[in-house]
Design a protein around this ligand. Structure first.
Ligand code: NAP
Length: 469
């Protein structure tokens, strides 16, 4: 009876997981998506817990309390730290899969070789390889994104790096094949721990040549590995829900990585082996070019007279937490019947959907958030492009300068607008480490300062002007 109940709960949970992913497609349904995912996970845990095989409830309670102790503070990290928080979640998922595989191997090996069929052994090997490499790889990725001092931020490369990494992975797979053939043979007490050590080392070696700019994409790839290790765990434990949920996790991680690579015009192999993200020193001619600055009063006047304004947010908006001030600016412009749209680049900020989440937090209507491909044809008719803390995603060099790391990345055509105002704190480059010629263009005017305070000043000015009218 409880077994049948569990199977029904698993089918329900799988359906909810599928819908949860589907509802993530739009900010309008994103909250429902989170609720569906949480409900599915709760169903999965309860349905497993009520199984008659589960006899030691004390340990499960301890694990749940430990989960709360770690999970609640993790849920409170600022939005700018979500990529590293996500990496930590993957690390825990990978570790869990690796430990379950290890426990199952030694448990069955103790009970006799007949329990370790070829299929089970192959599933265990896949589980521990993917699980443990996801664990250390995700920890390294989180450390790099958190800019921990003892983890080098720059890509670390050395001769024959890819050959030695792939060699180690091949050796671990070969050891796994030996174990599938002879799971409890005389060499097994060496081969099994050796695979674990190699998987843990491979996770570290896989991440050190990758630069910070590619880290979110890599986290998404590690998400796919964690999903695949859960699939293997499902085969080991004969649990269908783990297989389907792991497959959803694995495939969605892979699809997201591909979308991010496309948005940055990078190939998968290039992300994994390219050592992209090295901080470059600005080119010598940068300091000789001059920026034109604008006053708050001047910018407010031009904004007031515009018919259409496109706001292009970037990572700086997230750093400054300027979204609420931007909402006030939006309201003031809308009151004057000015069309205001937000141009959303797929990789603006530091994680997919970064800008959408922040703007949704400030209750900007979803219909005014426009994807890059949709807004670009309208940019030549736009009176004012207001770039707020964005840099690489509006850099025209991406169109033609083969020497830059962003070459080929599609950009928002801010440079085609009639007037461009750019808000940033200094003359420093963006994440790719290159200068942005948009800022030197004839029609561009800089409003130097922190995004929150500059937009706040604009709001004050426009409110004052309203009062004066
Ligand atoms: P960006 O190129 O990193 O530029 C952000 C700009 O914001 C900087 O030039 C910085 O200039 C400014 N800024 C920082 N703090 C500020 C503050 N408090 N007030 C005002 N301005 C501030 O960001 P982006 O244009 O959003 O481009 C995203 C980059 O990340 C791309 O290279 C993309 O490929 C990469 N990336 C994104 C993702 C993703 O999923 N979103 C994933 C992987 C890689 P100042 O220091 O002068 O203020």
């Amino acid at each position: 009876m409880t077994h049948d109940l569990a199977q029904i709960a698993y089918i329900l949970a799988t359906t909810l997981f599928v819908f949860s992913l589907y509802w993530m497609n739009s900010p309008k349904t994103a909250r429902r998506s989170v609720f569906a995912g949480v409900t599915a996970m709760l169903l999965a845990v309860v349905a497993t817990w009520i199984q008659p095989e589960i006899v030691n409830h004390g340990w499960i309670l301890v694990a749940i309390i430990a989960g709360f102790v770690v999970g609640v503070p993790l849920s409170r990290v600022p939005l700018t730290a979500v990529p590293q928080r996500t990496a930590l979640s993957h690390a825990f998922g990978g570790l869990a899969a690796g430990l379950v595989g290890t426990a199952k191997y030694y448990h069955w090996a103790g009970e006799g070789a007949e329990h370790l069929t070829g299929f089970r052994m192959a599933a265990i090997v896949a589980e521990i390889l993917l699980g443990f490499l996801t664990f250390t790889g995700s920890l390294m990725a989180a450390g790099k994104l958190q800019e921990l001092k003892w983890i080098p931020q720059r890509p670390v490369t050395y001769p024959l790096q890819n050959v030695s990494n792939i060699g180690m992975l091949a050796l671990a797979v070969a050891f796994g094949v030996f174990l599938v053939i002879d799971p409890v043979g005389p060499w097994s007490s060496f081969l099994f721990p050796a695979i674990i050590v190699m998987a843990l080392s491979f996770g570290v070696l896989l991440i050190i040549p990758i630069g910070g700019a590619d880290m979110p994409t890599v986290i998404s790839i590690l998400n796919a590995y964690a999903g695949l290790s859960a699939v293997a765990m499902g085969f080991v434990l004969d649990n269908k829900l783990l297989i389907t949920a792991g497959a959803l996790d694995g495939s969605s991680g892979l699809i997201l990585s591909i979308i991010m690579c496309k948005a940055m015009n990078r190939s998968f192999t290039n992300v994994l082996f390219g050592a992209f993200g090295t901080v470059q020193t600005p080119r010598a001619d940068a300091s000789q070019k001059s920026y034109k600055e604008e006053t708050i009063e001047g910018a407010a006047q031009v904004l007031e007279q515009a018919e259409s304004v496109v706001i292009i947010p970037g990572y700086g908006m997230a750093v400054a937490q300027a979204q609420h001030r931007i909402r006030e600016l939006y309201d003031l412009l809308r009151k004057r019947n000015i069309s205001v749209k937000f141009a959303i680049h797929p990789v603006a900020g530091r994680m997919p959907g970064h800008m959408n989440v922040l703007l949704a937090e400030a209750d900007i209507p979803y219909d005014d958030l426009v994807e890059m491909d949709e807004i670009n044809p309208d940019m030549p008719q736009c009176d004012v492009a207001l770039v707020i803390g964005a840099n690489d995603v509006v850099n025209p060099a991406a169109r033609y300068d083969k020497g830059t790391p962003i070459y080929g990345m599609p950009i928002i055509d801010a440079d085609k607008a009639k007037t461009v105002y750019a808000i940033k704190r200094s003359k420093n480059p963006g994440f790719a480490g290159i200068d942005n010629e948009l800022y030197f263009a004839d029609r561009t005017f800089m409003l130097f300062g922190d995004a929150k305070s500059v937009v706040g000043e604009l709001v004050k000015q426009l409110s004052g002007n309203t009062a004066a009218h």
